[in-house]
Design a protein. Structure first.
Length: 195
C-alpha cells in the first residue's frame, strides 16, 4: 500500500492501493493488444475496449507509484532496467506506450483479479468510479515510492491493515477498507496466490 501526501487536497495521509485515472494510452494499448474480448469478469456492462483499458491503467499506475511491473519483463539486470524505465516515464522523457513497445513488455492483464467496483454516491463534491484489482507481487521486483505522488509504501497483510485502521494509526478510506475486507476471503486468496 502507498500513503498519500499529507498536504494532498483529497485523502491527505491516507493509505491506499496504487492507482489513478485511466488515460488515453490505456485505451490505445488495449485496442492494439486485442485483450478486451477475453477479460469479462466484473465488466458485464462495459464496452469491450474498456475491459482491458482499466487493467492496463492499473498496471501502469502500479508501475509509476510503486515500481512494480505486472507482466513479462526479464533480463540479467531487471531491477535496474525497471528503475530506468520508470524514471523515463515519470520524467515524461518517454511515454508509457513507447516504453511498452520498445522494451517488448507484455502486460499481464490476466494476472489481475477483479475485486469490485465502487462509485462515489451522488451529491458529494468529488466523485470517483473505481475498479479494484489484486495480484501476486512479481518475482525479483522490489517496491519503491514515487515521491512525486506518494510519501511512503508498505507491505501489509489485509488483517493487519484493518486492525491498524481500527486503532487509528493507519488511515483508510471506505473503499480501501472494503477492498481489504474482501482480500481476507480465503477463497480469493487461494485463487490469486496459488498460481
Amino acid at each position: 500500500m502507498v500513503q498519500r501526501e499529507h498536504g494532498a487536497s483529497f485523502a491527505a495521509g491516507a493509505w491506499v492501493f496504487p492507482g489513478g485515472v485511466v488515460e488515453e494510452v490505456d485505451h490505445s494499448l488495449s485496442l492494439l493488444d486485442g485483450y478486451a474480448h477475453a477479460l469479462t469478469e466484473g465488466f458485464d456492462r462495459e464496452p469491450e475496449e474498456d475491459r482491458a483499458a482499466f487493467r492496463l491503467a492499473a498496471i501502469r499506475e502500479c508501475f509509476e507509484e510503486a515500481g512494480m511491473l505486472i507482466g513479462d519483463a526479464t533480463g540479467p539486470d531487471l531491477l535496474n532496467a525497471l528503475a530506468a524505465w520508470r524514471a523515463q516515464v515519470l520524467e515524461e522523457s518517454a511515454s508509457w506506450q513507447v516504453l511498452v513497445e520498445q522494451q517488448q513488455f507484455q502486460p499481464s492483464l490476466d494476472r489481475l483479479h477483479y475485486l469490485f467496483r465502487r462509485i462515489t454516491p451522488p451529491g458529494l463534491p468529488r466523485r470517483f468510479d473505481t475498479r479494484f484489482y489484486v495480484t501476486a507481487a512479481p518475482d525479483a521486483q522490489e517496491a519503491s515510492v514515487c515521491q512525486a505522488e506518494v510519501v511512503d509504501a508498505r507491505w501489509v497483510n489485509p488483517e493487519e491493515a484493518l486492525e491498524l485502521d481500527r486503532q487509528g494509526s493507519f488511515t483508510l478510506l471506505s473503499p480501501t477498507r472494503a477492498g481489504l475486507q474482501k482480500m481476507t476471503d480465503p477463497v480469493l486468496q487461494d485463487r490469486v496466490f496459488s498460481r
